[in-house]
Design a protein around this ligand. Structure first.
Ligand code: HEC
Length: 291
């Protein structure tokens, strides 16, 4: 007997539920429960307004199907949108101009744009990136290595260790709560010494297994400065050199600033002129202080 009211309530609920979604027909637009949640027009600004036209995937209003219209428009392969940077290893000089390091007329821009990265997140592509990405688009500079160190110690060392040996605090014996499930890569190994930069860049872009991606945390230039810094630590371990003056560790992986400057005398001259100017103005200030 007591089951009857429950049936009644259930019956009413079903009727209400069906009724609330009464179908459209003729002049009746029908009802939908909170339609904006189902057709988020605000998120699809570049799509024909198919909500108000009620022409989902039909050819009535559009000859292009909805999926195509609302899909992301990837940049054409090999092109770089305005304001974005994509440099090759021979472009160090251009890069220095961009970052205001080398000339009086330098444009000071933060090289922060997203740069095309045509590798998918899988093992084959990791190997392809490792093979194909050899050089570092930025020259090795003192400032860059310092910046790389700072960033490495913020973003990587908790796992990979300040020495890059895979003994970060998260997995170290000093940490009484060390529970991190995987061994972070130890960069002080032959396989990492000899590996091209692509392996590092790929790992930063996508992470690997339990390592998270860092593409959103490091800008294009920052990623490459971190890689320079890792290279410099490896060189030190092998008692080789990897700095702004010389790279005896892995010449293809990074060009010292001195080499770039020697190749392009104008860059060297400009840098020296800048330095002199700064000295002069410092002296001027100094003298002014005495009078
Ligand atoms: C939360 C811990 C963690 C952080 C933070 C982290 N890593 Fe890793 N990383 C790992 C682990 C774990 C692996 C080993 C993944 C595997 O092989 O399964 C790894 C692997 C790597 C590899 C080797 C990938 C390969 O191809 O074998 C590179 C290179 C690397 N990390 C670079 C970095 C850099 C650069 C940073 C900082 C920007 C960083 N990692 C930050 C945990 C971390």
């Amino acid at each position: 007997m007591r089951t009857i009211p429950y049936f009644a309530i259930l019956g009413i609920a079903v009727v209400v539920a069906l009724q609330s979604c009464s179908p459209a027909g003729g002049d009746n637009p029908g009802h939908e429960y909170m339609p904006d949640m189902g057709h988020p027009i605000t998120y699809e600004a570049n799509v024909y307004d198919d909500y108000s036209y009620n022409s989902w995937n039909t050819a009535e209003r559009s000859v292009v199907d909805r999926k195509t219209l609302s899909g992301l428009n990837h940049p054409v392969k090999g092109t770089i949108p305005r304001g974005y940077v994509g440099m090759t290893p021979d472009d160090e000089v251009k890069m220095m101009l961009m970052t205001g390091q080398s000339s009086n007329s330098a444009i000071r821009t933060t090289v922060n744009g997203s740069v095309p990265f045509y590798y998918k997140d899988n093992e084959d592509e990791r190997l392809r990136a490792t093979k194909e990405i050899v050089g570092n688009p930025f020259p090795i500079t003192k400032v860059g290595l310092q910046k790389g160190k700072e960033l490495f110690n913020i973003y990587c060392s908790v796992c990979h260790g300040e020495k890059g040996d895979g003994q970060g605090y998260l997995v170290s014996e000093e940490n009484p709560n060390a529970k991190y499930p995987a061994q972070p890569a130890n960069f002080m190994q032959d396989q990492f010494y000899t590996s091209n930069n692509g392996r590092y860049y790929f790992a930063i872009m996508y992470g690997k297994n339990v390592m998270q991606a860092h593409a959103d945390k490091l800008s294009y230039e920052e990623r490459w400065q971190v890689i320079h810094y890792i290279r410099s630590m490896q060189a030190k371990a092998k008692t080789l050199q990897y700095d702004e003056n010389q790279n005896t560790f892995f010449p293809a992986a990074g060009t010292p600033y001195a080499v770039v400057a020697a190749k392009k005398p104008s860059v060297a001259t400009a840098a020296v002129t800048e330095a002199k100017k700064e000295e002069h103005s410092a002296e001027a200030h100094h003298e002014a202080g005495h009078h």
